[in-house]
Write a protein that binds this ligand. Structure first.
Ligand SMILES: [Zn+2]
Length: 153
């Protein structure tokens, strides 16, 4: 995950707006800071903002960059600082923003069950070989089945 993605998955555009003095109403509407706006015409969503008045739009980093006249890199650093983000740690609420995991289909489960069965059989076989073909003395050359059992288990 890139630094920008990490930031964007950790904070919403709405949180950014609130951090920098916007007061979204319950629909997430605020007065647009990018044109003279008397009626709130900018909507702050979780992942992007959009102004119905002037068409300004972008994500959390774009908003910060535009508000403070920064380049994206500087905006990212400002967000990390202002929100106390640790870019080396996975964002706390990233999981919540991920799309819900879809379950496996019956067919996929069947494949997994089959693979597990094959693996289990193979391991049983190896354990068996390891006992059965164990050299009787250290000098005796190793049976290839004993070798495989040693290396694979
Ligand atoms: Zn606007």
């Amino acid at each position: 995950m890139s630094l920008y993605q990490k930031i964007k998955s950790a904070i919403t555009v709405r949180q950014v707006g609130e951090m920098y003095g916007m007061e979204p109403d319950r629909h997430g509407m605020v007065c647009c800071p990018f044109h003279s706006d008397s009626d709130p015409s900018m909507k702050l969503n979780d992942t992007y903002y959009y102004c119905f008045g002037c068409g300004a739009n972008g994500d959390a980093i774009d908003l910060t960059a535009k508000l403070f006249d920064l380049n994206p890199r500087q905006a990212a650093e400002k967000l990390i600082h202002d929100f106390g983000l640790d870019p080396d740690k996975p964002p706390a609420n990233a999981i919540a923003l991920l799309p819900p995991k879809r379950g496996l289909t019956d067919e996929q489960w069947a494949d997994i069950a089959y693979c597990l069965r094959v693996l289990t059989d193979y391991l049983d076989l190896l354990h068996d070989w390891r006992e059965r073909y164990k050299p009787a003395t250290p000098e005796e050359p190793h049976d290839p089945r004993f070798e495989e059992a040693l290396h694979a288990t």
